[in-house]
Design a protein around this ligand. Structure first.
Ligand code: DLL
Length: 431
């Protein structure tokens, strides 16, 4: 069979159409909440004849999943479910996902393919510091890497000193964790009296689960002497490995399993390639919890056509820089934490990836405070120098986001990153 990563548009469409028709029939017969939505929209499975008909179908939201907590969206009986994951998200109630044996095989295959984009092979030793548990990061990376034939070190999160020791002693060549934690590890090596970067054999990093800027990517690459890749996924659709970048900036989506669309979050109309909107996914082969037109809230752009970097034809998505619900509106201005991160990481006197945004409302006016760490190598004890640096940071952030924040410079270590997803904003406004 022809490699699915290099199919022509027509060949891919034919696979997607056949799978969508089956998926919709299956969902209509087995998933009551979505059947109700289809009945309400007066759509029958027979109306869906090809992938082009997908636009006729209603959307599914996180709210729908929460309303049906825990198992209302399961489309098969527990006899066929072999794993349950749940996503805590950064806010709100859990959403629960159930997987059949075939769902796990498909997800594993998607992750394995993603790894090969980065040139990972069965000769590699993969050190996994994504959390193992209800979060899909650890187990998703684990089975995908094993399937490729890598030697897997299932470290999970925490205990940074032990992680460093194992990374060194086992000679891991691939590190898989959140970008925040990659920086924690890199900075622990820098501070360590025991290790230098030359003690490690790392060559590739597979980082994801949270938005991170190109500035942060560059920092990680420089500090760890690796090439860093961006892996994307969400537990509702399976987990990590929905997409990953090749050598270029964009991420290839495993679109024979997960069909993407971009919509305008207000009008819900489909948007063309290159226009930013909300990413929507339809699973094409899921048995446990299939999801039709699931609104991810992630803001993104799509690009069809052959990849100029690697020649794959799998549709590409932009890096996810923010979620539509991550966006802060401060004094009427839309502000994305990643815009600020990009500005901060460009300033060499700062440890720009270590930042926290605090939003307050004083009277009628919103205020934004940016707390950011100084670079450990930056040293000055004159107030004049510190004030000058503050002004510079204020200027850079203001030109990035269009409003002036209060800048608080913190000592190294005062704004720690977590070993999972780091919370970047505290919004104290009661709106
Ligand atoms: O974060 C799955 C995952 C694990 C992806 C490990 C990559 C690596 P959830 O906990 O359900 O699943 O969170 C999904 O995280 O909708 C995005 O908002 C965000 N996200 C995931 N990967 C990226 C990424 C996992 N590479 C939510 N860049 C998604 C930006 C990401 N945001």
């Amino acid at each position: 069979m022809k490699n699915v990563e290099y199919l022509s548009k027509e060949e891919m469409k034919s696979i997607q159409s056949e799978r969508l028709v089956n998926q919709i029939k299956y969902v209509y017969e087995n998933q009551k909440p979505y059947r109700d939505k289809m009945d309400e929209a007066l759509i029958k499975p027979e109306d869906i004849k090809s992938i082009d008909d997908i636009r006729k179908l209603p959307f599914t939201t996180k709210h729908d999943l929460r309303e049906n907590y825990p198992f209302g969206f399961f489309a098969t009986s527990m006899d066929n479910i072999v794993r349950i994951h749940a996503s805590s998200g950064t806010t709100g109630k859990l959403t629960t996902m159930g997987y059949t044996k075939r769902d796990l095989e498909d997800w594993t295959d998607a992750f394995k393919r993603s790894l090969s984009f980065a040139g990972v092979t069965n000769k590699d030793i993969c050190h996994i510091s994504y959390g193992y548990g209800l979060f899909t990061g650890g187990l998703g990376a684990h089975y995908g890497s094993e399937e490729l034939g890598c030697a897997v070190v299932p470290c999970s999160t925490g205990n940074t000193q032990r992680q460093l020791q194992l990374l060194k002693d086992f000679g891991a060549t691939v590190l898989l964790c959140t970008p925040s934690y990659a920086l924690v590890l890199a900075e622990a090596i820098e501070k360590s009296e025991e290790y230098t970067i030359d003690d490690f054999k790392l060559r590739i990093g597979i980082f994801g689960a949270e938005p991170w800027s190109l500035g942060m990517k560059q920092q990680i690459e420089e500090k760890l002497h690796i090439k860093a890749y961006d892996i994307y996924g969400l537990s509702e659709i399976s987990g990590p490995g929905v997409s990953m970048n090749c050598g270029g900036e964009y991420l290839h989506i495993q679109e024979d399993y997960f069909y993407p669309e971009i919509i305008d979050p207000e009008t819900l109309e489909n948007l063309p390639d290159g226009v930013e909107g909300e990413l929507v996914f339809t699973t094409l082969r899921k048995e446990g919890v299939p999801l039709i037109r699931y609104r991810t809230r992630d803001l993104c752009k799509l690009y069809h056509g052959t990849c100029p970097i690697c020649g794959r034809t799998l549709v590409r998505m932009d890096r996810v820089k923010a979620r539509s619900d991550d966006m802060l509106i401060i004094r009427g201005v839309n502000v994305f934490p990643s815009q600020i991160e990009n500005a901060l990481t460009k300033i060499k006197e700062l440890n720009g990836s270590h930042y926290l945004l605090v939003v307050e409302r004083q009277g009628l006016l919103d205020s934004l405070e940016v707390k950011v760490e100084l670079n450990p190598s930056y040293f000055s004890d004159t107030i004049k120098d510190i004030e000058k640096l503050k002004k510079k940071v204020e200027h850079e952030v203001t030109s990035a986001i269009g409003i002036a924040p209060k800048i608080t410079l913190c000592a190294p270590g005062e704004v720690p990153l977590s070993d999972g997803k780091t919370k970047r904003t505290i919004d104290n406004r009661k709106i």
